[in-house]
Write a protein that binds this ligand. Structure first.
Ligand code: FAD
Length: 332
């Protein structure tokens, strides 16, 4: 066994828009880091029907080799098709480690793929350390209250999926690599399910990842009727308004404004966190911000651990005062 293989996600079928799942590049960046530390070659693979555009993208990445796994029966995703096709590729490549982005599709087929090799999937990894030249996978337990380290002890390849936002796509090194075509042996009778309507990841009409200034609101705001207090600060600063998950889950702001592991990953110049505690699932989405300003009435809130500037105070006093000060400074 030698090499790190990253299985990427690209939609190629006729039943919807085509293109990469953005988490693919995060997984590939993680793969580059781990492969370098293990001194093993890095490979990537993508499965589908029409993969010409995907192959062209992969040819420009710093990889030892990339594979396009092509077959008409892979044009639309099915767990049976993707599991069998990737199983055959892994038998050919014999990697020591297989990484995936933790997408909805990966959740569907990756545990089954790991089982084909007598392994289990180390799912939703937030960090990868190294001990005695062996990867140590960090996962969260009990809704993020604890983290645990996992080390692969089996004899087969190790399978791990990576949480959204845990690795940075902008760290991905570009380069030149050979892209090989791999045609798996697949028959229609092996595919027991019909492709249904595609799962749509949360629609992103607001691209927070491009914002240079973000004001983000959390449960400290108490009720929907208070959101305008924070919206006013955002508008005055010319910032995008974002939120923690409970705010979007409650329907107080649209899902597309959610920052975190199950929302958007952002890296603005300034991120102002208002009434946000700083749970790990939120932090992974904004830890790339250049400067973090936290406003929270609890001085022990974890958000202060990542904040460059902190205001310990009641947001209902601090935010209107800040808005007024910005207006005054701008002479408005
Ligand atoms: C699988 C999974 C995925 C998740 N994905 C995400 C995700 O993508 N994004 C995300 O954000 N969360 C996510 N979560 C939820 C996450 O674990 C936290 O529950 C959530 O981030 C907490 O949101 P919050 O900080 O707004 O609320 P809380 O944790 O309730 O914090 C509210 C904060 O407001 C402060 N506060 C209260 N009143 C005031 C006041 N008057 N003035 C100032 N401060 C005040 C409190 O001190 C507290 O620190 C996920 C959880 C799981 C299990």
């Amino acid at each position: 066994m030698n090499g790190v293989l990253v299985l990427l996600e690209y939609r190629s079928g006729a039943s919807g828009p085509t293109g990469w799942n953005r988490m693919s590049w995060e997984a590939l960046a993680a793969g580059q880091e781990v492969a370098a530390e293990l001194h093993q070659p890095l490979m990537a693979a993508v499965a589908g029907g029409d993969l010409d555009a995907a192959a062209a993208d992969l040819a420009g990445k710093a990889l030892a080799r990339a594979y396009t796994v092509r077959h008409p029966l892979l044009a639309e995703y099915t767990a049976d098709g993707f599991t069998t096709a990737f199983e055959q590729l892994i038998q050919l490549v014999v990697p020591s480690l297989v990484l995936f982005p933790h997408t909805y599709q990966v959740r569907d087929f990756a545990p089954r793929l790991a089982t084909r090799f007598g392994q289990s999937l180390i799912a939703d990894v937030i960090a990868i350390g190294m001990e005695s030249r062996q990867p140590v996978f960090v996962r969260q337990l009990l809704q993020g209250k604890l983290t645990a380290d996992y080390v692969h002890t089996g004899t087969g390849p190790c399978f791990a999926s990576l949480q959204a936002g845990a690795f940075r796509a902008d760290a991905l090194a570009q380069g030149v690599c050979t892209v090989e075509n791999f045609v798996p042996g697949l028959e229609a009778s092996q595919i027991r399910s019909q492709p249904g309507e595609r799962f749509r990841e949360s629609a992103q009409t607001v691209d927070l990842s491009a914002a240079s200034l973000i004001v983000s609101v959390g449960r400290g705001i108490k009720e929907q009727g208070n959101i305008p207090i924070v919206q006013e600060l955002a508008t005055t600063l010319g910032a995008e308004l974002a939120a923690s998950r409970p705010i979007c889950d409650s329907g107080w702001l649209p899902m597309e404004r959610q920052v975190g592991s199950s929302g958007q990953t952002v890296s603005p110049k300034v991120y102002i966190a208002v009434g946000i505690s700083g749970a790990i699932q939120h932090l992974v989405g904004m830890k790339g911000s250049k400067a973090v300003i936290a406003i929270n009435k609890d001085e022990n809130a974890p958000i202060f651990e990542v904040a460059d500037y902190g205001i310990v105070g009641d947001l209902f006093e601090v935010v209107p005062a800040l808005t007024a000060a910005v207006r005054k400074a701008r002479g408005a």
